[in-house]
Design a protein around this ligand. Structure first.
Ligand SMILES: [Zn+2]
Ligand SMILES: [Zn+2]
Length: 435
């Protein structure tokens, strides 16, 4: 069993209405997948002034709700579905309801997640899906352990994707793909015009003419979002003026978070070269850009692997750790007065009822990440023979018709509470909205 570091997250303070969002174990064990709480709150978009005022008075859950409702993920989802973000919708009333979701596993029942349902004036509904996990406080106290056992909470799922297990799994699956699947390679022996040599310290840009072409030059290609215009502007790039400098080497301080992560994982996979558009295409050079656009199918099509930074929203955000705004929610049993403690709630995804029946687990993570909304990455998806998708809560290897999911649950438990119950959730949700 993997060891986890305890963290210093404090147990949330709750206002009177947020206390109604607590898990009520009177109905334990539950008979349906969704357990409705008494929480019901009405506020106004785009500012959520009531939540803001309550957060100001000290309610941590009101602050958490406001943060995730106004987050980039929610905004992206609305923009994707309605063509307008939160600001563009104008003043709208929003009703907020909270449910706990049950994960029906062979091993028994446990809380899979918390569903925060937003009913936006005009008939639009959004679900903010949060993972519920056991809290780790200081040393593992008897109290936090007994609450975790009482509620059958999953162990924390906060590992980095750079752990030995994860790298071993990836190397093993890539080898299996190379040995046993025969994917067609777009052009054998193709080498991009420039690559980043990560076996050098510091990594440095190398030109095709300077690479000895062995039997096959292996490189990883990175697929990611640049982020806002301001983020893109502050990204480290290569231009005609900085080319000589990049060929000499890239210092740690010059690397964006996404580049640092990409270098790290490329090295861990024992791949020597990395292709990343911001560095390998001369920015501001129309000629170089046009040349690369012509070669793009070969660049992604010939990469040994494509690293898809699905959980990252900007070049300044890494992708090797699992993420999500988190809150430590207090728990008091209604059945057993001595049983109290807390559990962690971590925001993962914004969903709409248009997202019915995700085709696969991988699709689910990809579609729900900002990365997926970018048209350019769609092309990369189609071209890349082998992709490693770094999602918000999972890592996937996808190649041809094969999709493999790495479970990052320390106990190796299968079952992805998000994906498995989405269709059930919407069935129930429709009933609720009809009431
Ligand atoms: Zn509150
Ligand atoms: Zn394969």
């Amino acid at each position: 069993m993997a060891q986890f570091k305890a963290d210093s997250l404090e147990v949330a303070r709750l206002c009177a209405s947020c206390q109604k969002a607590s898990f009520d174990d009177t109905y334990f064990p539950p008979r349906s997948e969704l357990l409705r709480t008494q929480y019901h709150f009405v506020d106004q978009l785009p500012d959520l002034g009531k939540l803001d005022a309550s957060a100001g008075k000290g309610c941590d859950f009101c602050r958490f709700l406001r943060t995730i409702i106004l987050s980039g993920d929610t905004n992206d989802l609305l923009t994707h579905v309605l063509g307008k973000g939160i600001a563009g919708l104008g003043t709208r009333t929003v009703g907020i309801q909270i449910f706990y979701q049950w994960n029906l596993q062979p091993a028994g029942l446990n809380i899979g997640g918390m569903s925060i349902l937003l009913s936006i004036e005009g008939g639009h509904s959004i679900e903010l899906w949060c993972l519920v996990e056991r809290a780790l406080m200081g040393t593992e106290t008897t109290i936090s352990r007994s609450v975790a056992e009482w509620l059958s909470l999953s162990p924390p799922n906060r590992q980095s994707y750079t752990g030995d297990d994860c790298i071993r799994w990836l190397n093993d699956r890539i080898r299996n793909c190379c040995d046993n699947h025969s994917h067609s390679v777009i052009s054998e022996g193709f080498i991009p015009e420039r690559l980043l040599d990560v076996h050098q310290e510091p990594p440095r840009l190398v030109r095709r003419v300077d690479i000895c072409s062995g039997p096959r030059v292996k490189y990883a290609a990175l697929s990611y979002c640049w982020g806002s215009p301001a983020d893109s502007k502050s990204q480290t790039t290569t231009t005609a003026a900085t080319l000589a400098q990049r060929l000499a080497g890239l210092e740690e301080s010059e690397m964006t978070a996404i580049l640092r992560d990409a270098v790290h994982i490329t090295r861990a996979l024992s791949i020597r070269y990395l292709w990343i558009d911001a560095l390998c295409i001369l920015q501001g050079s129309r000629l170089d850009w046009e040349q690369h656009c012509r070669d793009m199918h070969q660049i992604y099509g010939s990469a040994h692997v494509t690293l898809c930074a699905a959980s990252s929203t900007s070049c300044h955000e890494g992708f090797l750790s699992q993420k999500g705004t988190r809150i430590r929610f207090p728990f008091q049993s209604q059945e057993w007065p001595g049983m109290c403690g807390s559990y962690d709630v971590q925001f993962k995804y914004a969903l709409t009822n248009h997202e019915l029946n995700p085709g696969s687990l991988e699709d689910f993570d990809e579609r729900l990440c900002r990365w997926a909304y970018r048209a350019w990455t769609f092309q990369e998806r189609l071209l890349a023979p082998r992709r490693i998708v770094f999602g918000k809560s999972r890592i996937y290897l996808a190649c041809g018709g094969f999709n493999e999911l790495m479970s990052t649950k320390p106990d190796g438990g299968e079952g992805d509470p998000t994906a498995l119950s989405v269709s059930q959730l919407y069935r129930l949700w429709d009933e609720i909205l009809c009431e």
